[in-house]
Design a protein around this ligand. Sequence first.
Ligand code: HEC
Length: 202
Amino acid sequence: MMRVCSRLVLSVSLVIFCLIGLPAIALAQPAPAELAKAVQEIENLDAMRSGLAAYLEDATEPPTAETMRQVCKPVGMKAVKLSQDNGWQVKQMANKYRNPAHEPDTPQAQMALAKFEQDTDLQGFWASATLNGESGTRYYRRISVEASCLACHGGKGDRPQFVKDNYPQDLAYDFNVGDLRGMYTVFIPEVKQALEAAISTS
Ligand code: HEC
């Protein structure tokens, strides 16, 4: 009798274990809708910068210090907003960075930049990642240099005065059209993925 009983307890606990364990399997990948949203937001962000840079290039009046600032700074601000709104961590990174906050933050990020450098057809990819001890998934998306970028990322001496003044350790110059400028990254923490999974199954 005892034996039957303990077997029963064992199988019940096995079932419970599996039920609890299942969402953990679902956690390995964020919901496809969330991945699609991250991809779309990054496309929007990139289009915003291209649009602002092209507008500046086409402007008939000489750009003022103020209009000059309105290209890449807003991209950084939008990245912060996207992070806050979605529970992600959205960042721009580059080996030749202008703002030191955009230095690659993990060995994986360095490898991702090397991958983009080697494979010029690679536009973006996902990989598992650990950030500040938290595990999750990270999206990496290429940033390419366009003609309109050269006004501020071209020859060292040709950089606008505000860049020379504000970024004494600037490395983000001497680029050519088509070069890899850097990448966007979107980190989706597993905790967030767990919440999404719970919401979608309830
Ligand atoms: C009007 C000047 C200007 C133009 C034009 C411009 N940038 Fe920038 N860019 C900057 C400045 C200033 C920063 C640093 C912003 C900051 O402090 O976060 C920057 C930063 C960046 C960064 C973040 C990494 C880093 O180096 O700090 C990327 C990526 C970037 N630019 C790409 C581009 C691309 C791509 C284009 C063209 C589509 C472009 N930029 C056009 C001025 C410009």
